[in-house]
Design a protein around this ligand. Structure first.
Ligand SMILES: *Cc1c(COP(=O)(O)O)cnc(C)c1O
Length: 344
């Protein structure tokens, strides 16, 4: 019997480029992008800026790079950045904000990814007292890496406070296209509440590499210089921009499939013993759940591995599964069966 293909539900970052992407890479027109000569990069940046509703865009190596570049470009050293205490910039970017932008992160307790505008308002400081840092930036995240989509009204409230005080807003929109699918709106309806936005091409959109930072012409010109400073000026990078174009033109429209499979997965897992999934928290392609204390996690992980499933082990009893274009209906059934075997 032939070996079944591996099912990798650790993240949507594990997605391989599609065949069309590999062909586009082979055929991409290229030039030296540091000289501004790469036509494929220009096409990607124009397309991304239009979709994100911003004047200009910049191709960057990773989402992490894009977020840190935004902080570095918006802020001066010693500025304060206000953001939720459970956001990616605080948790998963290696403390980069202190090293690169040299900023202080001022966190606010988040309610499942939502930060309240009143709490932001209380913390904004203009630097007029010699003891005070100046608030340089406010960051939002949507979709949140907890798998939930933040309501537009919550973003609008924070943006209103920010504008009143003349503080820019950056949106970590690693999965902003997933957020738009969930809300049933255009991406620009989400990004309108931010001065700059980062989005990932290499997650559910399946490009092998790359993210976008978008904003005003002036901001992107400054960010382009700062990208060079950080060693991110890339040469014949049209080979990577080409799959990025397909990520935006062909892969966004199939995201609802991933969301529907996540819903189905949550529903079927909820029926199993020893596992508690809050289905109302499943907004995009992620299913989070708690395992009961009596569940033998070593046995669970071994059963999944034996069934050819790659999943991250639970942290503090909490586990995450992520759907993407390589998880089809057959893979989903194998995944559910493996959980049923392990827990049943
Ligand atoms: C993945 C992610 C990033 C970072 O993207 P990389 O390309 O992995 O560096 C930033 N923010 C959020 C919310 C993410 O989920």
């Amino acid at each position: 019997m032939p070996e079944l293909p591996i099912i990798d539900v650790r993240s949507d970052t594990v997605t391989h480029p599609t065949r069309a992407m590999r062909e586009a890479m082979l055929n991409a027109e290229v030039g030296d992008d540091v000289y501004g000569d790469d036509p494929t990069v220009h096409r990607l940046e124009r397309l991304a800026a239009d979709l994100l509703g911003k004047e200009a865009a910049l191709f960057v190596p990773t989402g992490n790079f894009g977020n840190q570049l935004a902080l570095f470009t918006h802020c001066g050293r010693g500025d304060e950045v206000i953001l939720g205490d459970d956001c990616h910039i605080v948790w998963h970017e290696t403390g980069g904000a202190a090293v690169i932008a040299g900023v202080q992160l001022r966190t606010i307790e988040s309610d499942k990814g939502v930060i309240r505008a009143e709490e932001v308002k209380k913390r904004i400081r203009d630097g007029s007292d010699i003891h005070w840092p100046k608030t340089g930036l406010i960051c939002l995240e949507n979709a949140h890496s907890n798998g939930r989509v933040i309501p537009l009204s919550a973003m609008a409230d924070v943006a209103a406070v920010a504008r009143l005080h003349g503080v820019p807003v950056h949106l970590d929109g690693a999965r902003v296209f997933n957020a738009a699918v969930h809300l049933g709106c255009e991406v620009r309806e989400i990004t309108q509440y931010a001065d700059s936005v980062m989005c990932c091409l290499s997650k559910g959109l399946a490009a092998p590499v790359g993210s976008i930072l978008a904003g005003t012409h002036e901001f992107i010109a400054k960010a382009r210089r700062n990208r060079k400073l950080l060693g991110g000026g890339m040469r014949q990078v049209g080979v990577l921009a080409a799959p990025g174009i397909l990520a935006l033109t062909e892969m966004v429209e199939r995201l609802p499939e991933d969301h529907a499979r996540a819903q189905r997965l949550a529903e079927r897992l909820a029926a199993l013993p020893g596992l508690d999934v809050d289905r109302s928290d499943v907004h995009i392609n992620m299913v989070w759940f708690d395992l009961a204390p009596e569940v033998d996690t070593a046995k669970l992980m071994a059963t999944l591995a034996a069934a050819g499933i790659r999943a991250n082990p639970p942290e503090d009893g909490r586990m995450r599964l992520v759907t993407h274009w390589q998880i089809d209906d057959a893979a989903l059934e194998r995944l559910i069966t493996a959980f049923a075997t392990a827990l049943g």
